[in-house]
Ligand binder design. Structure first.
Ligand code: ADP
Ligand code: MG
Length: 458
């Protein structure tokens, strides 16, 4: 863009062009999370001020997207500008205990629409590498309802990774678009209890008919059918009946269907006849984004240090992550203490136990990488350019970013005052190598396990 344009176009429009430029370069999800809704606050000769929801948001933009933003600004404003931020304060109610986990109870009205938790939507579901496929499949069914080839869709994962959320997101989406359809959401446990009750009351025909009217059957935690032969038999008929009528079925379970024990083979092969996708635990970026989303939905102002610390301490399970946040907020409200790092560390120690609590620092990462790569700790933070030293340094930078949540600049400083672009370069190289080289990926996973679990005697 040239000088003329800059003089005649409003800063808002120019910023919009920056956003368009950025949108092209990153994933939709990343753009939605970090850039959509970011407005310009002011612009001067050498500075551009943007509005962000909190300080953390800006720091994240700084550490992850600074080069990209600089690029966009240079192109659109035809000169580099210093990027600064202002925080837009949102209304919030600190007097009440935040009701993060205040969900619509699922114990009532199982088989009608109101049994869906309204907050389990696609909008509230943060996409990351681990759940991308599952979310895409769920969304595709919702958008192409009635003509989707993914029937049944089966989503499996360990507990707390978003299966129920996605399952209900499909229901919520379809209710909104096509209110006349009959959607059944229930757990397999509920299915069994209803079935047994219907036998006791001599109403098995009513029971069968009730579910057969569904246009969409969402059935959660199917592993519960293990060993329950009669219930399986009943479900098998329901499944076939719906399937033949072209109705849609989505199932979740806590492991791959091949690993189910005590479920009839013919049922398992039905389960697998559509699309099977799994969900892996979220990485750091996704965990942080999930916490930020929760804070956003609940209108809470949580300091950057707290989000970062929670997300890097509680790995592996989103439910635990949310639980930790809820606990922090509850304690803060009940004991009238600020939500700060001191409070969060106490809570995390409480949750994980003193022994299990290991704050992962860049130093800890370096110690383990040094052993792993058989190079000295000093050389990792030094200037040496020998091949194995360089690789160890890059791995250590990458893992520091994954584990500590420190900004790239801070990580760079730790490694012999290198600048943030060196760190970005290192992270990209290692990420690429993990993606393309399975043996390397396994080694890194083992290293990560050690960093998370091994006690250092010193
Ligand atoms: P599962 O059914 O796999 O055990 P849930 O769907 O109950 O897990 O998820 C546990 C909690 O974590 C829920 O409150 C859910 O909203 C939240 N959660 C899980 N994954 C995500 C995600 N990707 N984005 C936002 N929230 C998530
Ligand atoms: Mg569940």
């Amino acid at each position: 863009m040239n000088d003329n344009l800059e003089k005649t176009t409003s800063p808002e429009k120019l910023w919009k062009s920056c956003l368009l430029y950025i949108k092209d370069k990153i994933s939709d999800q990343a753009f939605q999370t970090w850039f959509s809704g970011i407005l310009i606050s002011s612009v001067s000769n050498d500075e551009l001020v943007i509005q962000v929801p909190n300080k953390f948001h800006f720091e994240w933009l700084e550490s992850k997207y600074r080069l990209l933003i600089d690029d966009a600004v240079k192109k659109v404003f035809s000169k580099p500008l210093v990027i600064n931020y202002s925080v837009v304060i949102s209304k919030k109610n600190t007097a009440d205990i935040p009701n993060i986990n205040d969900k619509v109870p699922l114990t009532k009205n199982y088989h009608n629409k109101s049994s869906l938790n309204k907050s389990y939507t696609f909008e509230n579901f943060i996409e990351g590498k681990g759940n991308q496929m599952a979310k895409a499949a769920a969304l595709s069914i919702s958008e192409n309802f009635g003509s989707s080839p993914f029937n049944p869709l089966l989503i499996y994962s360990h507990t707390g990774l978003g299966k129920t959320h996605l399952l209900q997101a499909i229901g919520n989406y379809i209710i909104k678009k096509r209110n006349s359809l009959k959607i059944t959401y229930l757990t397999s446990e509920k299915f069994m209890h209803d079935f047994i009750k219907s036998i006791q009351e001599n109403k098995t025909t009513d029971f069968a008919n009730l579910y057969r009217k569904s246009d969409l059957l969402l059935i959660d935690d199917v592993q519960f059918f293990e060993g329950k032969e009669q219930t399986q038999e009943q479900f098998f008929h329901l499944f076939n009946d719906l399937y033949q009528k072209g109705k849609h079925i989505v199932l979740t379970m806590d492991r791959h269907p091949n690993e189910l024990k005590g479920i009839k083979e013919r049922l398992i092969s039905r389960f697998k006849s559509g699309l099977t996708v799994d969900i892996h635990p979220p990485d750091l970026e996704t965990r942080i984004a999930i916490l930020m989303k929760k804070a956003d939905v609940e209108n809470l102002d949580i300091p950057y240090s707290v989000t970062e610390f929670l997300a890097s301490s509680i790995r592996g399970n989103v439910r635990d992550l949310e639980g930790a946040l809820t606990r922090v907020l509850a304690i803060s409200t009940l004991s009238k203490r600020d939500v700060n790092l001191t409070l969060v560390k106490e809570v995390i120690k409480d949750i994980l136990g003193n022994d299990a609590f290991k704050e992962i620092t860049t130093d800890r990462v370096i110690t383990f990488v040094s052993k792993f790569g058989k190079v000295s700790e000093k050389s990792i933070t030094g200037k040496g350019r020998k091949k194995d030293v360089v690789l160890a340094r890059q791995i250590a930078m990458y893992l520091s970013r994954e584990f500590t949540g420190n900004t790239l600049s801070k990580i760079g400083l730790h490694f012999g005052k290198r600048d943030h672009s060196t760190v970005i370069h290192a992270c990209n190289l290692i990420e690429q190598k993990i993606k393309t080289n399975n043996a390397f990926k396994n080694k890194i996973n083992k290293l990560i396990f050690d960093i998370e679990n091994i006690n250092l005697e010193r």
